[in-house]
Design a protein around this ligand. Structure first.
Ligand code: 0X9
Ligand code: ZN
Length: 438
């Protein structure tokens, strides 16, 4: 009996052992599947080329629709326009043959995109001084939100404000900075496109300077305007770029099992879905199923609407290209104050270039870059009558030697400095033209 019991016990323990081993294998498998969920760009190359003829344009536009192994970071519309294209390693042979056949000359801006992404991550993790929020490195959403909370504790002029919640229930957090009552309001929008990390970095840099700078020109704009500053208006997208896919642009609303997100800067209810946007979810410029389908943009627009009359200027920060844009994006027709917007932009980019020689060009969106409708700046211009509405496309320039959205973090401070220089001029020049009368 005892022997039988032992054999039975041994048999059972074998079974238990087997079950445990199977369980461990299953857990390992799940682990492997989870680890595989992070998008990687090993040996993806970034190319820069110029379309020199209509044939070139045709080839490149066909290429764009042919496969998602080509990621178009910048795409031209006319002869002479530039393209920045990320090419997957298994497409390199096809791609370079196509360039040869069509006589298109290209330069390589990055030989391994993943290495640039890894370097950026490594710096974020290793160089960070614990507990200190600075502009030497990029920051995660939580760190930015904690910093905003701290500002409100440390400065009586700062109040934390909220413009609703994201699809994944993150706060759309901002601050209002006010030194006195009766000031006209200026709204700064950051991070609408998730991968454009220099945007929230620059917006937080500007916010910090508005509070701490001793420069009389900065003090003047800081204290004579009320500032509504939102570094990350697409928080789910921003978190996704940190955790899963560095090149994510859109929101994270699920639209089908295999397709997520709409372009938040094509989702606003002004000439929605007309120009430079797509009705296919699987594209970077998907405008969403209807205007304001994205809860983030719906609630942000309601928040902005609640400030109607108070907000006199709206400034959105994107990257990249080094361009200063103003409405409209849906039509070549000029706005009623086009000439003023042009003159202000001219002075603004001149001020920006002074410190480091960084060159920007400027113009109305439709003519300066491409048709694009349903953007925040155009909606604010039209719906709220905010006549000073600008969109910055920050560093780098499309031909610089790096990967566009992966701007080395040592450029955060210089970008912040020159952008603040330019913002001072933008505000002063607008004030001169009486745009801030309440
Ligand atoms: O396409 C966009 O949404 C912006 N460029 S980006 O490369 N950052 O995606 C430009 C938007 C400018 N549009 C208007 N202000 N109308
Ligand atoms: Zn953008």
């Amino acid at each position: 009996m005892a022997l039988r019991g032992l054999v039975y016990y041994r048999g059972r323990s074998k079974m238990v052992l087997k079950a445990v081993v199977n369980g461990v294998i299953a857990v390992l498998w799940i682990g492997v599947i989870c680890a595989g969920e992070v998008a990687r760009y090993d040996n993806y190359r970034v190319y820069r080329l110029i379309a020199k003829s209509n044939d070139h344009l045709k080839t490149l536009h066909e290429l764009q629709d042919s496969s998602d192994s080509y990621i178009f970071l910048e795409k031209g519309l006319k002869v002479g326009d530039g393209f920045n294209i990320v090419v997957a390693p298994h497409k390199l042979a096809d791609f370079t043959e196509m360039l040869d056949v069509d006589g298109i000359k290209a330069e390589i801006l990055d030989t391994n995109l993943q290495r640039s992404i890894d370097e950026e991550k490594y710096r974020m993790q290793s160089k960070r001084t614990k507990g200190i929020f600075d502009w030497n490195e990029y920051h995660e959403l939580e760190e930015i939100h904690n910093w905003l909370d701290k500002l409100a504790l440390n400065y009586e002029q700062v109040e934390v404000v909220e413009a609703g919640h994201s699809y994944e229930n993150r706060t759309i957090k901002g601050v209002k900075v006010s030194y006195k009552s009766g000031n006209p309001g200026i709204f700064l929008e950051g991070g609408i496109h998730a991968r454009e990390w220099i945007s929230p970095a620059t917006v937080t840099y500007i916010l910090n300077e508005l509070l701490t700078s001793q420069d009389p020109k900065v003090r003047n704009i800081s204290e004579n305007y009320d500032w509504y500053i939102f570094p990350n208006v697409n928080p789910d997208g921003y978190v996704y770029t940190h955790k899963k896919n560095r090149l994510w642009r859109k929101t994270r609303t699920p639209y089908s099992r295999a397709c997520f997100g709409a372009d938040p800067n094509r989702n606003w209810d002004f000439h929605w879905a007309e120009q430079g946007t797509s009705d296919r979810c699987n594209t970077e410029t998907y405008g969403g199923p209807y205007a304001f389908s994205e809860v983030e943009m719906k609630s942000l627009s309601q928040y902005i609407e609640s400030l109607k009359g108070k907000i006199q200027a709206y400034i959105a920060f994107h990257s990249y290209s080094q361009v200063l844009l103003y409405p409209y994006g849906h039509t070549i027709e000029h706005t009623p104050n086009h000439d003023d917007l042009t003159d202000i932009a001219n002075a603004t980019v001149t001020a920006l270039a002074k410190r480091y020689g960084t060159k920007y060009y400027y113009g109305n969106t439709y003519e300066a870059i491409y048709p694009a409708s349903g953007s925040s700046a155009d909606w604010v211009y039209n719906t709220l009558g905010v006549r000073v509405a600008y969109t910055y496309e920050l560093r780098p320039s499309p031909s610089s030697w790096n990967s566009g959205f992966i701007l080395p973090s040592e450029q955060i401070v210089p970008t912040g400095e020159e952008t603040l220089d330019s913002l001072v001029t933008l505000v002063e020049e607008s004030a001169k033209r009486k745009y801030f009368e309440l």
